[in-house]
Write a protein that binds this ligand. Structure first.
Ligand code: NAD
Ligand code: DAU
Length: 347
């Protein structure tokens, strides 16, 4: 039974959903949320548990080894979400990605080893495998072929976990989730960007021809899988997490507009992402064998997500009116000026 869980990066999208789930499901567990509060970290994501005596927040950076070790002391479990997580930002500049996603992951592993933490869960990603298809899904032992600077930094952290399990016998498990969707996702990511832009009557910038495919894994399904892996995953093993909710970006954009009752001509085809991965696909029978199943299909996932953003303008409007505006102008200014309008088809 876990008594005190050190969570790195718990103020972000998946981390905050995980902490809420953990505290609801394991009433005896205490949480230390260690987070640098980068642009993507937001204390408001956990406002509902902030005053709980079982919850403590520590403002710290995983790149600072001494700070990680000091905050982890006394914890018997560790979950590492801390990362620079946006592929487009890694294309602009990946220095912070190497610092957090590799050095930070290393520091978390060193502290867990030295403090003899009983269980460690590291959050990796399906992007480490590179592109894959339904006909040839990636299994956990398959080779890594990451293609973006983000994916490479995540592959490095993932492999370091393997090294710590093999070399030091650390009880570390790696999770490789697909593309998560749901409440509290920073609106730079495609689904919350499309939803919030649609709510404001602004264009939905679809990259390229919009035919790239992503699995849309509802974040609540993902965090159930993560708690299961923290408690029951086997040392040194990786586990794929996928909902089989694969759909193209253009179809996802249309579903969002249907749910929000907005016109399709809000869609704008813009310059593609460099090195854009067409699709990820994983075999997740290893996780299924532990008893996990996704509970939300594609339509339900998108509908719940769209409704949540429609009902929580107070959460995302302050984000989109701040530094985000400069980012948006850098990423989308020229793209939208040269966009191709929606004409009923994607081609
Ligand atoms: P996010 O960007 O929403 O949150 C990242 C969190 O980490 C933020 O709270 C941020 O403040 C914190 N952080 C960043 N750098 C830090 C540092 N140096 N020290 C301490 N804290 C730091 O990310 P997310 O979407 O919640 O993703 C969480 C994890 O899951 C990441 O490791 C990501 O690579 C992985 N992942 C995400 C998805 C997805 O679809 N979102 C899918 C698969 C895997
Ligand atoms: O698959 C797991 C990964 O999912 C995680 O490891 C990453 O942390 C997470 O950000 C996510 O990466 P993606 O690149 O798949 O997510 P993003 O929301 O940025 O893009 C989803 C798809 O939508 C992708 O094919 C690119 C496209 N897209 C994205 C943006 C931001 C657009 O068409 N327009 C956009 O404006």
């Amino acid at each position: 039974m876990m008594k005190k869980v050190f969570v790195a990066g718990g103020a972000g999208f998946i981390g905050s959903n995980f902490i809420r789930h953990l505290m609801a499901q394991r009433p005896d567990a205490h949480v230390v949320n260690f987070d640098a509060l980068t642009y993507a970290g937001n204390p408001r994501n956990l406002a509902d548990v902030a005053d709980d005596t079982r919850y403590a927040f520590v403002h710290g950076n995983v790149a600072d080894a001494a700070a990680v070790a000091a905050a982890m002391r006394g914890c018997d479990a560790v979950v590492n979400f801390a990362a620079e997580s946006h592929v487009d930002r890694s294309i602009e500049d990946a220095a912070d990605f190497m610092e957090t996603n590799l050095r930070g992951a290393y520091n978390v592993l060193v502290a867990a080893r030295d403090l003899e933490v009983e269980r460690v869960l590291h959050i990796s990603t399906d992007e480490v495998y590179g592109p894959a298809t339904k006909e040839n899904p990636r299994r956990e032992d398959d080779a890594f072929l990451p293609r973006s600077p983000y994916a490479v930094s995540k592959a490095a952290g993932d492999m370091m976990c393997h090294a710590f399990a093999e070399t030091y016998g650390l009880q570390v498990v790696v999770a490789r989730p697909a593309n998560n969707v749901g409440p509290y996702q920073y609106p730079e990511k495609a689904m919350p960007l499309f939803v919030t832009n649609a709510l404001d009557g602004q264009p939905l910038p679809v990259y390229g021809d919009g035919l790239q495919i992503r699995d849309r894994l509802y974040v609540e399904d993902n965090v159930r899988a993560l708690l299961l892996l923290l408690e029951r995953g086997e040392r040194g093993e990786a586990y794929n997490i996928q909902a089989d909710n694969h759909v193209s970006n253009i179809d996802a954009a249309r579903t969002i507009l249907d749910v929000l009752d907005k016109p399709y001509d809000l869609i704008q085809f813009v310059e593609d992402r460099a090195g854009h991965d067409p699709c990820y696909y994983m075999d997740w029978s290893k996780l299924r064998a532990l008893g996990w199943q996704p509970e939300h299909d594609y339509t339900d996932t998108i509908a719940r997500t769209a409704r949540w953003y429609a009902e929580h303008r107070d959460w995302w409007e302050p984000i989109k009116s701040g530094d985000f505006r400069r980012y948006y102008e850098r990423q989308y200014g020229d793209r939208l000026a040269n966009a191709r309008p929606y004409a009923g088809t994607s081609s």
